[in-house]
Design a binder for this molecule. Structure first.
Ligand code: HAM
Length: 417
């Protein structure tokens, strides 16, 4: 009986070859942008206690109700693979008392995989990577807000090589949100029978989520619904106006989208999403916002936060082939060794050269010279060392195609030039 091949899980990606090089280039560019904003990189566990996401991302969010990858119970704890970073970053800031540092705001950046049990399609995966930052402070002020927003925009633009579109909205305090939810419920109740099953559930759990619905007929119905910005108190209205004024002064283009509510429950204040103007059907390439009480809700200090995450795989789709060529991280070989002698000389020279910091690879035995040289070209090798069966040593410069013969004791010094 044929042995059945095991495939990767649906909605995951194997990175290798050219795509791996592009992925490495994306990571480098985005983290370099984050460095420009004085951020410090953090590396956190990929799984956390379930409760962390229930209390932050929210019981009524799709992410928590149906998309978490919950792990089999271990001991008395329930764990889940992280569906996003913001909650984990806040947890780490509290647990490690990073908030007691004298330098505010705390500016942390991250890059890594997150897991959501979604229906896979283009740009929608079950394991994908996010790059992002979280800025935390006792009070997130205007300059911190603008810096977080600017970093999201500038890093996406820097990577893609063209402008991206920003949609913004303001969600206000939890109190104003509650008043808004009551009005939304009143609006949708008479219409809910002809809406999707998810919306029926959302009407009870959190009517705000109905505005997130991707079903076109439901989106049409939602168009006439009350706007969240009509429920803002004076303070919130002033904050939103100040942000818009500052963005105008910075000559940043944005669109106010009053239906933008984001799919996570912790937001209060400014929220935004970024879109690639050249890829209309891709969905948001990034999103973020301010969260005033997330830290307190998981036992931390009364700190506010603001941050965003970009979806790396969506950025990958948005990248033009030309731009991919420009950004891909190639690690060309310094030396490629073809050893016809087969007595371990190739490994001896490779070991010495690598100790000097050179990238070296070796042709497998039995490869004819022509084929091995073609391989050296494909690997971008600068030089080729040929150890011949008659104990001669030849060095070929792959750019000029010049070849010289050297004595054994001269091999390393000749290749070092
Ligand atoms: P989010 O909007 O859920 O926000 O995700 C951020 C980005 O991740 C999205 O804009 C999208 O590009 C990408 N993304 C989301 N789901 C998928 C998927 N299934 N497959 C591929 N890419 C996806 C957050 O996660 C928040 N933590 C952002 C944030 C940080 N807010 C404050 N700080």
């Amino acid at each position: 009986m044929a042995i059945q091949q095991i495939k990767k899980p649906r909605g995951t990606i194997d990175y290798y070859g050219e795509e791996m090089k592009v992925f490495a280039g994306i990571r480098e560019i985005l983290l370099a942008e984050a460095d420009k904003y004085g951020t410090e990189f953090v590396e956190l566990p990929m799984f956390e206690e379930n409760g962390l996401f229930h209390r932050t991302v929210g019981e009524s969010s799709d992410i928590v109700t149906k998309e978490t990858f919950d792990l089999a119970k271990r001991g008395d704890k329930d764990y889940t693979l992280r569906p996003e970073f913001t909650a984990s970053v806040s947890r780490a800031v509290i647990e490690n008392k990073i908030y007691t540092a004298p330098d505010m705001p705390i500016r942390l950046s991250y890059f890594g995989p997150v897991f959501r049990y979604e229906r896979p399609q283009t740009g929608r995966l079950r394991q994908f990577n996010q790059f992002g930052v979280e800025f935390l402070d006792s009070k997130v002020d205007l300059s911190t807000t603008l810096d977080a927003f600017l970093l999201s925009l500038r890093s996406a633009e820097k990577l893609l090589g063209h402008k991206v579109k920003a949609k913004i909205n303001f969600l206000g305090s939890f109190e104003s949100r509650e008043r808004y939810k009551v009005e939304l419920k009143k609006f949708f109740e008479p219409k809910i029978e002809c809406m999707c099953e998810d919306c029926k559930r959302r009407l009870e759990t959190n009517p705000l989520r109905i505005l997130d619905c991707k079903v076109p007929e439901d989106q049409e119905i939602a168009k006439g619904s009350p706007r969240v910005t009509d429920f803002l108190n004076e303070e919130d209205q002033k904050e939103f106006n100040d942000i818009k004024k500052a963005l105008d002064a910075l000559e940043i283009e944005y669109v106010v989208d009053s239906e933008l509510v984001r799919g996570l429950d912790y937001y209060t204040g400014l929220v935004w999403e970024l879109y690639d103007t050249l890829n209309d059907n891709l969905g948001a390439i990034g999103g973020g916002g301010k969260y005033a009480s997330l830290m307190a809700s998981i036992g931390g200090p009364d700190f506010e936060g603001i941050g965003f995450s970009l979806g790396v795989e969506r950025l990958m789709i948005a990248l033009s082939d030309e731009r991919k060529q420009e950004i891909k991280k190639d690690k060309p070989l310094d030396v490629f060794i073809i050893d016809f002698k087969r007595e371990g000389k190739a490994n001896y020279f490779a070991d010495k050269l690598r100790a000097e910091g050179k990238n070296v690879s070796i042709a497998s035995f039995g490869r004819a010279l022509g084929g091995a040289l073609k391989m050296a070209d494909r690997k971008g090798a600068k030089k080729v060392l040929i150890v011949d069966s008659d104990d001669t040593f030849k060095i070929k410069d792959m750019a000029t195609r010049n070849q010289i013969e050297v004595k054994e004791e001269e091999v390393l010094s000749s290749l070092g030039e």
